[in-house]
Design a protein around this ligand. Structure first.
Ligand code: NAI
Ligand code: MG
Length: 372
């Protein structure tokens, strides 16, 4: 029996629809496994801009700080007309406030949906990997502004313009995300691939050194270094070879998007952003589907809630240490997909045998299949 406080930031567009399904799944998990989960709903994104004049208020950040985890839908949308702060700022505020430096993306194609993948099913068989992408440093930081020793600008150089971005990593920035990755690998298949470009980049040379050092604390995990170009090739040629991968910000951004397409639909994919802050049984984190607010289908009961429901499973695993409960949610999702229930985004791949349902009905099917 455990207790947990969860901040729910549903956000804009389809965010509230998919988040509602994930909350109901968590409530059902609470009933079945005898846990007490409390949910605090807060405004974020466009709604917060309207109400408070900012994408996320200090009060909401405070509510998040008093929680064990944040369940996040999506922010942004067509309604934003350039007046007021951009709703997307909410995410960067949350990331910096809680120093969420490790972005976790599991990638596991569903066998029943193998037609949705651009790869032939024999290449996909057994694919089940987790990406750990460094999220706080590297090239992406400061968005076209020079911050403390990291120029990022377009400037004049003689007769022409030149542009500069700076890729820096400190040892501690590398070490903390690499430690997260080794810990995750230790609880999974015990294999870790660290991805870099050490034949060209100094930051990658340091990255390798730190990985080798942290590895000594994790003798049960087998690890390898892989160049990012080789990794890109192998992700497509033999995705089942990977277990956990860890890499820096830019490489992670590109590789995770490429790998996510192995599963066929963006609506299916969960993510977690973790930092060093601890909860009673795990790490504080922000959990959200990989997709955005999908304003084109908002309010129509069409959105696929699976990415958000699987994010709730990650919340149970990483922030609450409830591994059995997380697995129960993942199993229920697999069963529903196996049984042929599909939202429209994944229906096209096998029209003959499946039943098209809406967001709410798919959520209900998943809840009904949860077993302690
Ligand atoms: P998007 O992911 O919202 O939508 C891309 C396409 O995928 C659309 O056709 C949409 O209908 C479809 N789609 C997305 N999620 C789906 C789901 N659960 N079920 C079925 N179909 C789904 O990306 P887009 O259109 O580029 O961005 C829309 C807004 O979302 C923008 O304001 C963007 O800034 C914001 N955004 C927010 C993110 C976040 O909150 N983390 C991440 C990405 C985008
Ligand atoms: Mg991306």
């Amino acid at each position: 029996m455990s207790r947990a406080a969860i901040a729910v930031l549903a956000g804009d567009g389809t965010g509230p629809e998919v988040t509602a399904q994930a909350v109901e799944v968590l409530q059902r998990v609470g009933e079945l496994f005898h846990h007490t989960f409390t949910f605090q709903h807060c405004l974020v994104g466009l709604a917060a801009v309207k109400a408070d004049g900012e994408a996320i208020s200090v009060d909401t950040l405070g509510a998040c700080a008093r929680s064990d985890a944040i369940l996040f839908g999506a922010v942004g949308g067509t309604l934003h007309e350039g007046a007021g702060p951009r709703p997307e700022l909410a995410l960067s505020r949350l990331r910096t406030t809680f120093d969420l430096y490790a972005n976790i993306r599991p990638i596991k194609p569903f066998e029943a949906l193998d037609l949705a993948s651009p790869l032939r099913s024999e290449y996909l068989k057994g694919t089940d990997m987790v990406f750990v992408r460094e999220l706080s440093a590297g090239l992406y930081y400061g968005h076209l502004e020079t911050v403390a020793g990291k120029p990022s600008e377009i400037r004049r150089r003689g007769a022409q313009l030149e542009a500069i971005d700076t890729l820096t990593y400190t040892e501690s920035e590398i070490e903390r995300v690499v430690r997260t990755a080794f810990e995750i690998a230790g609880r999974r298949g015990r294999r870790l691939t660290s991805v870099d470009k050490a034949n060209v980049l100094s930051s990658s040379v340091l990255w390798r050194r730190v990985v080798d050092r942290v590895a000594r604390d994790h003798p049960a995990v087998t690890y390898e270094h892989m160049l990012v170009d080789t990794c890109a090739m192998r992700l497509i040629r033999s995705p089942a070879d990977f277990d956990v991968l860890v890499t820096e910000n830019l490489f992670g951004d590109i590789l995770t998007d490429a790998a996510s397409m192995l599963t066929g639909s963006i609506g299916m994919l969960p993510s977690a952003s973790l930092g060093a802050r601890r909860t009673e049984h795990g790490l504080f984190g922000l959990y959200e589907p990989v997709h955005g607010s999908a304003p084109d289908i908002a309010g129509l009961n069409l959105a696929n809630p699976i990415g958000t429901i699987l994010s709730a499973a990650l919340l149970l695993r990483y922030s609450l240490g409830l591994h059995r409960e997380a697995a129960a949610v993942e199993t229920a999702v697999e069963e529903v997909v196996q049984a042929g229930y599909r939202t429209a985004d994944i229906h096209y791949c096998d029209q003959s045998e499946s039943t098209v349902v809406g967001t709410r009905e798919l959520g209900r099917q998943i809840r009904d299949r949860l077993r302690p």
